[in-house]
Design a protein around this ligand. Sequence first.
Ligand SMILES: NC(=O)c1ccc[n+]([C@@H]2O[C@H](COP(=O)([O-])OP(=O)(O)OC[C@H]3O[C@@H](n4cnc5c(N)ncnc54)[C@H](OP(=O)(O)O)[C@@H]3O)[C@@H](O)[C@H]2O)c1
Length: 433
Amino acid sequence: MSAEQTGAHPGQTGSTSQPPPGPAQVALDIAHAAIGLSDPNPRVGCVITAADPAAAWARGHTQQAGGPHAEVMALRAAREAGLNLQGATAWVTLEPCAHHGRTPPCCDALIEAGVARVVVALRDPNPLVAGQGVARMRAAGLEVQVAGAFTPAFAQEFQALHAQSLTTSNDAQGQAWARGALELNIGFFSRMVRQRPWVRLKIAASLDGQTALANGASQWITAEPARTDGHAWRRRAGAVLTGMGTVRDDDPRLDVRLVPTAHQPLRVVVDSRLEISAQARILQPPGPVLVYTGTGRAAEASLLRERCPNLQVVEVLADERGKTDLATVLADLATRGVNELHVEAGHQLNGSLLKAGLVDELLVYLAPRMLGPGRGMAAFSPLERLADGLSLEFIECTPVGPDLRIRARLLGRAHLLEERLGHVLAPPPPTMA
Ligand SMILES: NC(=O)c1ccc[n+]([C@@H]2O[C@H](COP(=O)([O-])OP(=O)(O)OC[C@H]3O[C@@H](n4cnc5c(N)ncnc54)[C@H](OP(=O)(O)O)[C@@H]3O)[C@@H](O)[C@H]2O)c1
């Protein structure tokens, strides 16, 4: 059963809901409904509670880009339900926006509606917002509470409301809420703070670490539940990246088929010599495809584009080995609004990304079988010292059908994001089923 089917949203790292969930937890839960919908905008949830504690709660989450944000959806729901907004509290998982993008500023909508208090999980790292939403609401006389800096009186109120639903071993509830909001939007934060996507490397491997036989056969190492779960992770990404070796050997489609989705992620191939065939399945609809190749291939690119109208070829400079420069690829994907990049590639591209320090997280499905000598997870030159290995930390280990889903992060990677944001959040405990 996939993460979606079990109700555990991809990206959630801690155990959460023991009833009754408080409004902050509900806002975070409904924010997950924006996965596969709101990109490149962040996934945000909003709950509005009236001054009358007996009144029903209104809720909303971010819609597709260009559509209403979570606060506007919740305000609409409140008005439709006849909720008295005077003196109400809005619980929002990200700071309300303060700028005119494709929609008007959400902080103004809350102010005009008569909301008295706004509780925010995280400040928005978008330089167009970056504290201005909080400042404008405070200037208008609203009480604004931001997780990590709650006033003592409000911290007590928050704790009483969320003691059962946001418990962690040694973490304050507000911080647990903020961490959940950060996890859900880790790609958006990465793009805003580092100008590159959050890179998640998905690998299906045998227990002895093989991702393919020596002859290239790799379908299928894991069972169907793991493959379905993998599609749920593809779905939350803005783009899925692979290498020309995998296109040649497997001819994959790399679209989202096994879970429902409102959009298809951009599909991306690195192909230094533009050798991809116009018949390759990845070039077929649905959805757009990008191929990054070396410079000087304009003639081949235009021939290919004639046969594949959904294809865009981007020429980038080669690295010192004559391969597509991967840092340039990531920077370019960020300018195209890709928040999370899901990589499903062979050991060569995996190795290049890891060696270049461009991977943030590994998503490994480990099958209970041994395959003997074949192709490993990532091509590295032999190391001389154990200390030269890449250090990671496990953040999750969950059975998925007969296989295991293991998530690990490059050491310190998520903390780097948090430090840059000025949030001091305790690391979450790993979840081991
Ligand atoms: N089990 C799994 O999770 C899994 C997932 C995917 C694939 N696979 C298996 O992996 C095997 C293919 O492995 P592979 O290593 O040949 O394929 P790959 O890593 O997907 O692609 C490697 C190719 O990508 C191109 N490339 C462009 N820029 C690169 C860069 N900076 N660094 C590295 N490569 C770059 C290179 O071709 P050019 O020089 O021509 O550009 C290179 O030969 C197949 O057997 C497939 O079944 C397994």
